[in-house]
Design a protein around this ligand. Structure first.
Ligand SMILES: [Cu+2]
Length: 209
C-alpha cells in the first residue's frame, strides 16, 4: 500500500462515545509521524465561524535550556504571552529569533541558573536559536485558539472542555505538512481522531487562516 493510500485510509477515524468529560466535549487523538525523532506536534482548533472564538488571555510559559537542547522543543502560547527562557546547563546560553523576520529579537547571553523573558505578539511560528550553540533549535508557536495541545511521546493529544460546535482542526510541526479537517464536538462527547502526517510545508497559525 502506497503512502498516499495509507494516508487516505487513516485520514479520519471518527468514533464518538458517550464518556462524560465535564463541561463541553473533547477530542482525543493520535498523530503518526514519519520519524520517531519527531515529537511535539501542535494540534489546535479554529471555531467556525471564526467570530465565535472564545477570548484568550496572555499567559506565562517556560522553555528551559538543558543538555544543550531547548526543553520542551515546542511551546504553544496565546498572543501577548511571555516565555521564560531558563538555563539549566553549566555553560552560557543565548536566545534569539532571526532579524530577517520582522519579529526578530536577541536576548543576549546569560549564565547557568539565570533566565530571560520575551513577550510574543502576533500569531505565528517563531524559531528559537542560540548564538553559542548552532545545533540548538526550538519553536514558540503563538496561536489565539484556547483549544490547543502538543502530542506526547506516544503521539497522543487531548483537547478537553471544548465548547460544542464545529471547528477546523489544524496541525503544526516545522517539518510536517499542515493537516486540516473539520470536526464537530458534541456536548459530553469524546471524539477520537487518528492523523497520519507526512513531511512537507508547515503553515503557521495566522489571524485569518
Ligand atoms: Cu546555547
Amino acid at each position: 500500500m502506497s503512502a498516499r493510500h495509507a494516508l487516505a485510509a487513516l485520514a479520519l477515524a471518527w468514533l464518538p462515545s458517550v464518556a462524560a468529560v465535564g463541561q463541553g466535549g473533547a477530542i482525543h487523538g493520535t498523530v503518526t509521524v514519519p520519524s520517531a525523532a519527531i515529537t511535539g506536534v501542535l494540534v489546535y482548533l479554529i471555531p467556525e465561524p471564526a467570530s465565535r472564538i472564545p477570548a484568550v488571555k496572555p499567559e506565562t510559559a517556560a522553555m528551559d535550556q538543558r543538555d544543550l537542547r531547548f526543553v520542551p522543543g515546542v511551546v504553544a502560547v496565546t498572543p501577548g504571552s511571555t516565555v521564560v527562557f531558563s538555563n539549566s546547563d553549566r555553560v552560557m546560553h543565548n536566545v534569539f529569533h532571526p532579524w530577517q523576520s520582522s519579529a526578530g529579537f536577541d536576548l543576549g547571553l546569560w549564565a547557568p541558573g539565570e533566565s530571560r523573558n520575551f513577550t510574543f505578539g502576533k500569531e505565528g511560528a517563531y524559531v528559537i536559536l542560540c548564538q553559542v550553540h548552532p545545533e540548538m533549535v526550538g519553536y514558540v508557536v503563538v496561536v489565539s485558539s484556547p483549544y490547543r495541545a502538543l502530542t506526547d511521546e506516544h503521539g497522543q493529544f487531548h483537547l478537553n472542555s471544548v465548547a460544542p460546535g464545529t471547528y477546523r482542526l489544524r496541525t503544526w510541526h516545522h517539518r510536517l505538512a499542515t493537516h486540516e479537517e473539520r470536526v464537530t464536538v458534541l456536548d459530553g462527547g469524546v471524539a477520537r481522531i487518528e492523523l497520519l502526517l507526512k513531511y512537507g510545508k508547515a503553515t503557521a497559525p495566522t489571524a485569518n487562516p
